[in-house]
Structure formats: C-alpha cells, structure tokens
Write a protein that binds this ligand. Sequence first.
Ligand SMILES: [Zn+2]
Length: 292
Amino acid sequence: MKILRHRLHAGDGPAVPYESSPNRGEPLDPDYLVMHFTAGPSAASSIRWLTSRRARASAHLVIARDGSVTQLVPFNRMAWHAGPSAWEGRRGLNRYSLGIELANAGPLEQAGGRWRAWFGETYADDQVLTATHRHESAPRGWELFPTAQLQVAAEAASELVRKYDLLDVIGHDDISPHRKVDPGPAFPMESFRSRVMGRAADTEPVYRTTTSLNLRAGAGTHHDRVLDRALPPGTRLAVLDAHAAWRRVDVLDVVDDEMDLQGWVHGHYVERAPATDRADRPAADGEAPARV
Ligand SMILES: [Zn+2]
C-alpha cells in the first residue's frame, strides 16, 4: 500500500474506492491512529451511514470483513470518529487522529443458543470470542475479526504511521473509556500495535489465557500438543512471535509441574494481563474443554 495526496492506494495500483463523507472538519496533522469497530452488519451499511449527513460521524477508512477498504475522508482532513475523548493531555481526539472503522458486529448476547447482535443478526460460536472487556465486569460475546481484515488493517495502519509519523495506535476504548468499548477484546491490540509501530511495547507485556487453551508444537491445530493437559484459564504468557492468528509463547506459570514451557497458542484466546495480574501467582485451575 501507499499514500498519495492523502489517499490510500493498493500497492502501486489505483486509489482504494472513495465515498466522500460530508462529516468532516478542519485540516488535520495527525499524531495518533484510533481503531474502531462499526457495531454494524456490513461495511456497506456502515459506509452508507457514515456518508449521510444525519450520522454526524465518519472515519478515514472503513475495512470490510473480507479486507476491502473504502476511504471516506482524506487523511489531511479531520473525520468525526472519536467524539468526547482524551489522551495524553489532549481532549477531542478528532483534531489529532486518524480513524479506522473495522466492520464488526461488536458485543453479542446469547439468544436461543446463538450469539445475537443488537441489529438482529446471529453469529456461530466459531465467529465469537467470549471475554470480559477491561472496562466491564461480566463476559459477553464479541465477533472475531477475520485474518484478512486484520492483515489489511495492519498494512494500512503501518503505511499511515510511516507517512504521517504517528506516535501511537490506540483504541476508541482507550480515549473514551466510559463511553466506548470498541475495538474491544477480540481486537489483538498489543500485537497489532507492535507490528504497526515497528517496535516492542513499552514494557515487557504479560498476557494470559482467557480459556482452557492447548499449547501446540506449531501454529495450527494440526500440530501436536506440547502438554496433554490444556493451559488453564488465566495462565500467564510472554508472546515471542506471531504467525497469522497464532502466537509462540513462553509459559510464565508452572503447569502440570512443568517449567519453562514454550509452544504455540491461538491468539484469539489470550489477552493482555492487567498490571495487578503480573505478580507471581498460580494460574486458576479449570477443566473446561480446551479451545483450539
Ligand atoms: Zn469507535
């Protein structure tokens, strides 16, 4: 990808499709990239909404689940994606940031054995992560982001960071924590940020499993398990490497009397551990069926 005259181009090819949004403001010299999800059924429906005046909202890019990208506002103009927000001493992040919307249903509730979005669409179990948002107290469902969508988002984000010399990639839930939950726990913010910013996170991040999770010899379910027993929920991990949705990890807790375990786990079932979780403590014991 590359950026010419504040428009995104796919490789050396033409600019990505452009649907102009009237919901835009003054000239922009961005410092941050803010990631969002649309909480909508499709990219097309979100693009229709964000290009209508009554939405009074927009974003620079909308990325569909299949990875197709549409630009709504040039990167040198303010889009209306952040709303009331604050970060690093600044208020009203629209004036300081670019915004990418990922087509995604957002939070889901259980209804009749299916996961249901607020707009009525249902999602199968394998499209859904059950997790507690770090600003919430109870778990709910979150639609997973397909690999194709994350891949394109990372490419576009890397190009934006390089072109506009951005300081960081952050979530809407970072800058509007009491109002917004996007991009939410299904979005792999830490690995995305590391990849896009081209540097390790500021401190050695500690991750933890969100469910019983198999530790495997390679990146895929066809690889053998390193341990007969799954890692229990809450097992602390350091992430060493990534391949698609898989993460090569160092297991920081003692599991099954084994120390210094390494292997691969599915990245959808690990999350950044809160700072209070970093002290040494045994992992929670759980016998739930292991995921992937
Ligand atoms: Zn948002």
